[in-house]
Design a binder for this molecule. Structure first.
Ligand SMILES: Nc1ncnc2c1ncn2[C@@H]1O[C@H](COP(=O)(O)OP(=O)(O)O)[C@@H](O)[C@H]1O
Ligand SMILES: [Mg+2]
Length: 403
């Protein structure tokens, strides 16, 4: 009998593959002998549509919560091992009731009750950290966040993890991180490859499932036909990855069952400190560079200055955070150009790049390394400034703090 009963699949961003993971991981677990309930917890009803158009219509969670149906009407068998619990009503006012029932705890209690007939319930959630997702986390044994390797998704991940930590600390101490699923991975895209390696190097090895789900058109075809990818002739490769994920899920689940929630290395809290390093909003809170960057700006005549890591996550910045975020995102792009220019022109020593910006301002970037790590320092320079020498001086001051 599996230890984990209720698993929330969530993400800060939409379109990263939550619904796809719920459906295909569920099928994978079913094949391994588990009796699985797929819960369509997202008012968009994406899960119901993806697994069966025929069974999509009919009463669901919303009707049960409104006293108009009972659970036998909302739960439908899809196969011997898999059942679907529909979301139900699409009426905006009734969706509002659903959200209210999430806040008052009735939704959580209902899911617990329905899940008790199964070995495991995988709950599909709306994107973000709203009340519905929170209600599921409050009654879950595991959380499985889904991401892809695009910068915007990765940057948003700490917000979702922060919610899971908060729920674990304040409401549900049994909640544990199953693992983050990396989905839609395109290994031929150098930027995705770099982001993936970066994440794996920065975070605890158990933070991600080892099984990475590649980008595969078969998922879209399956989505269009409202059937699991495993039933498509061209979907065999895609479904093998989910079988591997299901095996890994079960293996980890068994390992976690042998440790208490507080001690296992993959509790979300244990991860949080490491993740903070990638969270730009957190980086602005305790910032050892703040004073230094503002004094460099004053002395050198920079209008703004950003220190970013190899991925462009801002470590620190002087001037407004939004401005800093935009500039930080720009830093690795310029850094790439710099590396290419070095290769093409044989400029081994080139470490900076200066661009003319509007109003006589210039944008100057300097790339530097410290203990094998790459950093970028990007400045908006006032007209007439010797940008390169000023940046070089600034790098020396920053290196002194970094070392
Ligand atoms: N690994 C993948 N490769 C290619 N397309 C995918 C993959 N995973 C999901 N998709 C497609 O991406 C779209 C969004 O996925 P979905 O599961 O609905 O995301 P979410 O539930 O997070 O909004 C769907 O059209 C789905 O078929
Ligand atoms: Mg979805």
């Amino acid at each position: 009998m599996p230890e984990s009963k209720i698993v929330t699949i969530g993400s800060q961003k939409g379109g990263v593959g939550k619904t796809t993971v719920v459906l295909n991981l569920g099928i994978g677990l079913g094949r391994m002998g588990w009796k699985v309930l797929l819960v369509d917890g997202d008012p968009q009803g994406g899960l119901g549509i993806s697994c069966s158009r025929a069974k999509y219509h009919g009463p669901g969670l919303i009707e049960i919560l409104m006293g108009k149906a009972d659970k036998s009407q909302a739960v439908q068998e899809l196969s011997d091992s898999i059942a679907l619990c529909r979301i139900g009503s699409k009426a905006p006012n009734e969706i509002l009731v659903y959200e209210k029932k999430a806040i008052n705890g009735n939704l959580g209690r209902l899911i617990r009750d329905i899940a008790s007939d199964f070995d495991c319930a995988l709950v599909d959630t709306p994107a973000g950290t709203g009340t519905v997702t929170r209600a599921f986390l409050e009654i879950s044994d595991r959380v499985v966040p889904v991401i892809n390797c695009l910068a915007g998704t990765v940057r948003s991940m700490p917000r979702f993890i922060a919610l899971t930590d908060w729920v674990k600390e304040k409401i549900n101490p049994d909640l544990r991180l199953g693992g983050v699923v990396i989905n839609m991975f395109n290994e031929k895209d150098p930027s995705e490859e770099r982001i993936c390696k970066y994440l794996q190097s920065r975070l605890h090895k158990d933070f991600f499932y080892n099984t990475i789900i590649p980008r595969d058109k078969a998922f879209d075809t399956a989505h269009t036909r409202a059937m699991p990818v495993s039933l498509l002739p061209e979907g065999k490769g895609a479904s093998r990855h989910f079988e591997a994920l299901a095996e890994e899920f079960i293996r980890r689940d068994a390992a976690m069952a042998r440790t208490s929630p507080g001690t296992h290395a993959t509790t979300t809290s244990a991860m949080h400190d490491e993740i903070k390093a990638t969270d730009s909003s957190q980086a602005f809170q305790a910032d050892p560079f703040e004073g230094l960057l503002s004094s460099i700006c004053c002395q050198a005549g920079f209008n703004a200055l950003v220190l970013a890591d190899a991925m462009g996550f801002p470590i620190s910045g002087h001037n407004s955070p939004t401005y800093v975020d935009e500039m930080a995102a720009f830093a690795p792009v310029l850094g790439d150009s710099l590396e290419k220019a070095r290769a093409i022109l044989g400029l081994d020593q080139a470490e900076s790049i200066v661009l003319e910006a509007s109003g006589g301002e210039r944008l100057a970037l300097r790339m530097f390394k410290m203990q094998e790590e790459t950093y970028y320092l990007l400045a908006r320079c006032q007209p007439g400034l010797d940008a390169e020498s000023e940046l070089e001086l600034a790098v020396e001051k920053i290196k002194a703090v970094l070392s």
